[in-house]
Design a protein around this ligand. Structure first.
Ligand code: RIB
Length: 289
């Protein structure tokens, strides 16, 4: 079982000829909306990859449609609570090359109920998984509780904050960052990735693939990305993370889990949207074949 304490956002997408500069006003050529949030996207990816995921999260009274969307994707939504704060949302601007700029309003994501988090994780068994990102409250508490019960704790360190990573490090089994963030963390902690005090570190490199570092064996496994023409890269990292965690939790080797994740991310960037762009395992297998 994978528990995911994760953000749930209403994503509002605006397609623009280019991303705006400071003080600039631009007219969007298209607008749409859908389920998003790094946490929700990762839960959808896990479910579409065929693993069991229980999402722990919070939305406002206006967020019922997001819970329904998660449930339709196969996510266990019984531990998503209603907060008095408004549902979180994200303004996602996308340019002609598929690159984006995102502003998030955290709303209910920062109102996680400590008792619910503790109660749900008290049902976790050794060998289960807890996945976290940096878009909710209660991360450190959840990580410590899960590590104390011998769950595998994975931190997808986005949006990146070196202090948040440092606080969680003692509880982690796997840390996932992009290469810029890995460089920033190495600078703040004064140590290189292979010397971080966490068993495994996964560094994503966009179109250049990803590196899996095993810090106990001092070994690095590199997996290439699949070349595709992107229309929207938003959520590709979440697709990748969800597929990696789903694969590892169901017994795949890092090599197999990363290859499937790379295929899933490649498919997702050829589609628009975030959660809606995440492929099923059948689509991933067809792509790999
Ligand atoms: O990683 C993409 C996600 O970041 C979007 O869905 C948006 O909601 C933000 O959380």
């Amino acid at each position: 079982m994978i528990y995911n304490l994760g953000s749930i956002n209403a994503d509002y997408f605006y397609r623009l000829p280019r991303l705006p500069g400071p003080g600039e006003t631009l007219a969007a050529t298209e607008m749409s909306s859908g389920l998003g949030g790094k946490g929700a996207n990762q839960s959808v990816a896990i479910a579409r990859a065929g693993a069991e995921v229980c999402h722990i999260g919070a939305v406002g009274g206006d967020g019922r449609w997001l819970i329904e969307h998660l449930a339709e994707a196969g996510v266990d939504t019984r531990n998503i609570q209603f907060s008095t704060r408004p549902t979180a949302h994200a303004i996602v601007m996308i340019d002609g090359q598929g690159e984006n700029q995102i502003v998030i309003f955290p709303g209910a994501n920062f109102d996680q109920c400590p008792d619910t988090v503790a109660k749900v994780l008290s049902e976790g068994r050794p060998g289960d998984w807890l996945l976290l990102q940096n878009e909710t409250s209660q991360q450190a508490e959840a990580a410590a509780l899960a590590a104390g019960r011998d769950l595998n704790v994975v931190y997808s360190a986005a949006p990146f904050d070196a202090d948040a990573v440092a606080r969680l490090l003692p509880s982690l089994t796997l840390l996932i960052m992009n290469e810029v963030e890995a460089g920033q963390l190495a600078e703040v902690l004064g140590t290189q990735v292979l010397h971080l005090p966490v068993a495994n570190v996964l560094v994503t490199k966009g179109a250049r693939g990803a590196d899996w570092h095993d810090t106990r064996l001092m070994q690095t496994l590199s997996v290439p990305a699949f070349p595709v023409a992107p229309v929207d890269t938003t959520g590709a990292g979440d697709t990748f993370t969800g597929y990696v965690v789903a694969g590892l939790s169901t017994g795949s080797s890092p090599q197999t889990a990363l290859r499937r994740a790379a295929a899933a991310a490649a498919i997702s960037v050829t589609r628009t949207g975030t959660a809606d762009a995440i492929p099923t395992i059948a689509e991933v297998e067809a792509f790999l074949a």
